[in-house]
Design a protein around this ligand. Structure first.
Ligand code: ADP
Ligand code: MG
Length: 261
């Protein structure tokens, strides 16, 4: 699904790379969380997969397409199969829930009419299924900007689902939510990942949440992979390797977590 080799990403003339990954493979159907301290390179890794940053060197292959050598149309084809979820939701606040979710079909229904809101029946059916799947049918005609943060992130999940994605990339999808909503959104993401057998690759600020909701955890520090294993292998000592002895207070609460779902 995703293969990274000898990847190096730098911003400007910074001495050290923001990301330096020798080798990383994500298989289809995996549910992976990337953790690490602020500045570790989590967002840079996700941005590299989206094609938003140009690496200095290395290879990124997604769905069999080598991103750095691909033509524009090949990259567009891969992008259409990647659903994106952001910390700040990135919805059109004045548009309704329904219209936002329909936007997930824009990549497929690229005809001019769809730009003016006329989508073919098949696209409308797929978008409506996504609205129902995230439990927002009752709010479908409400403006997205009037919803709570948790509801807005559900809209973003539905919009991603409407793409029928092979890969969902989520950069800190619950950092703007209170703990209860954060758990609900991660539960939803886990459910849709399982139900659609898609691949979920997300960055999470809190290791506790990664342990509870991911099946594989990748720890980044200074742009390098310093941990890659199942949730059970994330112990206090492996956490020290990722966070350098900092941030471990967050982990103390992990007794309350009953393992991966
Ligand atoms: P994380 O998401 O784990 O907090 P980032 O990927 O945002 O980390 O950042 C990795 C490193 O790259 C940090 O040192 C950060 O300061 C640097 N960085 C990120 N974005 C930019 C940018 N647009 N310009 C310059 N440096 C950046
Ligand atoms: Mg980040």
């Amino acid at each position: 699904m995703v293969t990274i080799e000898h990847l190096e990403v730098r911003y400007g003339k910074n001495k050290s790379p923001a990301l330096a990954i020798d080798s990383l493979r994500i298989e289809a159907g995996e549910r992976v969380a990337v953790i690490g301290p602020s500045g570790a390179g989590k967002s840079t890794l996700l941005r590299s997969l989206k094609g938003y940053v140009q690496p200095v060197q290395g290879k990124i292959e997604i769905l069999g397409c080598n991103l750095l050598l691909a033509s524009r149309s090949q990259r567009n084809r891969v992008n259409r199969r990647m659903g994106l979820i952001y910390q700040q939701f990135h919805l059109a606040p004045r548009m309704t829930v329904w219209q936002n979710v329909l936007c997930g079909r824009l990549g497929e229904a690229r005809s001019l009419p769809s730009l003016f809101g006329y989508f073919p029946k098949r696209d409308r059916r797929i978008a409506w299924e996504a609205v129902c799947e995230v439990g927002l049918a009752d709010l479908a005609h409400q403006r997205a900007g009037t919803l709570s943060g948790g509801e807005q992130q559900r809209v973003a999940v539905a919009r991603a689902l409407a793409q029928r994605p092979s890969l969902i990339l989520a950069d800190e999808p619950v950092s703007s939510l209170d703990p209860l909503r954060a758990g609900e959104v991660l539960e939803l993401l886990s459910e849709v990942q399982t139900h659609h057998d898609t691949t979920l690759f997300m960055s999470l600020h809190q290791p506790r949440l990664a342990k509870a909701y991911a099946k594989r955890i990748i720890g980044l520090r200074n742009g390098r992979v310093v941990f890659d294993g199942p949730p059970d292998a994330l112990t206090t000592s492996t956490m020290e390797g990722i966070y350098g002895g900092k941030n471990l207070l967050q982990f103390d609460g992990d007794d309350a977590v009953t393992g991966s779902r």
